[in-house]
Write a new protein. Structure first.
Length: 115
């Protein structure tokens, strides 16, 4: 399994970014795919998840601004981030979790929101 993120970068407050994560190493069947983030000197936190049967979950801080979607057949997950704020600045990690609760992580991608 190799989860590879793309789409990060620098954006001004109020702007948008779309993150993508694809499993380039296998055809693993992830029950849940999602995004986590870690800001400097803070713990990694959940951003958004989506199960294979379509249930979603969001951190309160991103509800109404971020949207998660996935293509289960391709083991790909996306995060549309709108109305970005400086406090969204972090390294974003893609996660895939199997039905047996085994976790796989991407290498992380930087998102910086700054004017």
């Amino acid at each position: 399994v190799q989860l590879v993120e793309s789409g990060g970068g620098l954006v001004q407050p109020g702007g948008s970014l779309r993150l993508s994560c694809a499993d380039s190493g296998s055809n693993f069947a992830f029950y849940v795919m999602g995004w986590y983030r870690q800001a400097p000197e803070k713990q990694r936190e959940l951003v958004a998840t989506k199960t294979v049967d379509g249930r979603t979950g969001y951190a309160d801080s991103v509800k109404g601004r971020f949207t998660i979607s996935r293509d289960s057949a391709k083991n790909t997950v996306y995060l549309q981030m709108d109305i970005l704020k400086p406090e969204d600045t972090a390294v974003y990690y893609c996660n895939g979790r199997t039905v047996t609760a085994q976790d796989y992580w991407g290498q992380g991608i930087q998102v910086t929101v700054s004017s």
